[in-house]
Ligand binder design. Structure first.
Ligand code: AMP
Length: 280
């Protein structure tokens, strides 16, 4: 497995593989890889012939005062994990390789990105869609894998790829959790001991909401149940909890049908997101 830092090296390596008829897979990440990321790399190794993992802490998706500077970075450790699983290339550019100083193009998926996390993090999804678009253009994979942990991100990327006729198949992977239910996240490293003890309650609250939904509770009842459960824990500062339609992310129109219950909450300085999908 090779680690490369320039777009040209990626293009040359991918062209050589494609000339051999190989199906190219891509897993975009910001590094500090954990089992959640690695489950996607494994899926890519199974579901394609030649796997690129990109590792890039993308500055344009961080807002002012967010954790860009302290975001964990461990390229060597990440590379070792990817190699063990059977990835073929790590693309780890720096910001100046990715963005020309006078870059002025932004990809925006309107309508899906102003709500949920987009409402709390203005401009975040413009950064995500622009960098993912660029990564897809650089690598030109046949398939790319994203986690359902970042549910809104997955919906937004699928829509971008459809709307812009991008020739890539987007695949979603299930959320990988700690044994106590906390969704794995590179940001979990920020949690202090007491915060870490409390953090799984986010998923517990979502599960409680999902249980109520399965018993017929409406979207707004589900939201109230989850918010009330989280309200019992003073360390949580709830940003939002919403029950929405899984593809449009719109508020639910009917009492029945599938829903995604998505929530974001801060514990101290750490922002956690999670979601549960309730099938019909
Ligand atoms: P990030 O490095 O946070 O940008 O995440 C890179 C990819 O890994 C995204 O597609 C995430 O949705 C996915 N991911 C992050 N955490 C998890 C998790 N706990 N389970 C599954 N996928 C995840």
């Amino acid at each position: 497995m090779k680690i490369v830092k320039t777009k040209q090296e990626v293009r040359d390596a991918v062209s050589a593989q494609r000339a051999e008829g190989r199906i190219i897979g891509l897993v975009p990440t910001m590094g500090a890889l954990h089992e959640g990321h690695l489950s996607l790399v494994r899926a890519a190794v199974e579901g394609s012939d030649w796997v690129v993992v990109s590792i890039f802490v993308n500055p344009t998706q961080f807002g002012e005062g967010e954790d860009l500077d302290r975001y964990p970075r461990d390229l060597e450790g990440d590379a070792a994990k990817c190699e063990e699983i059977g990835a073929h290339l790590i693309f780890a550019p720096n910001a100046s390789e990715m963005y020309a100083g006078d870059a002025c193009t932004v990809v925006r998926v309107e309508g899906l990105t102003e709500k949920l996390c987009g409402a709390c993090r203005p401009g975040h999804f413009d950064g995500v869609t622009t960098v993912v678009n660029k990564l897809l253009n650089i690598v030109q994979p046949d398939r790319a894998w994203f986690g359902r942990k970042d549910y809104q991100q997955l919906v937004v990327i699928r829509r971008m790829v459809r709307d812009l006729d991008m020739p890539v198949e987007i695949l979603g992977g299930p959320t990988v959790r700690e044994s106590d239910g906390l969704a794995l996240s590179s940001r979990n490293q920020y949690l202090g001991d007491r915060e870490r003890e409390v953090a799984p309650k986010l998923y517990e609250a979502l599960l409680q909401g999902a249980g109520a939904a399965r018993e017929g509770a409406s979207g707004s009842e589900v939201e109230r149940i989850v918010a009330a459960k989280l309200g019992e824990e003073p360390l949580f500062e709830l940003q939002y909890v919403q029950a929405v339609e899984p593809n449009s992310l719109r508020p639910l129109k009917s009492e029945t049908g599938p829903m995604v219950i998505a929530a974001a909450a801060c514990i101290g300085d750490t922002r956690l997101i999670d979601n549960v999908v309730v099938e019909e």
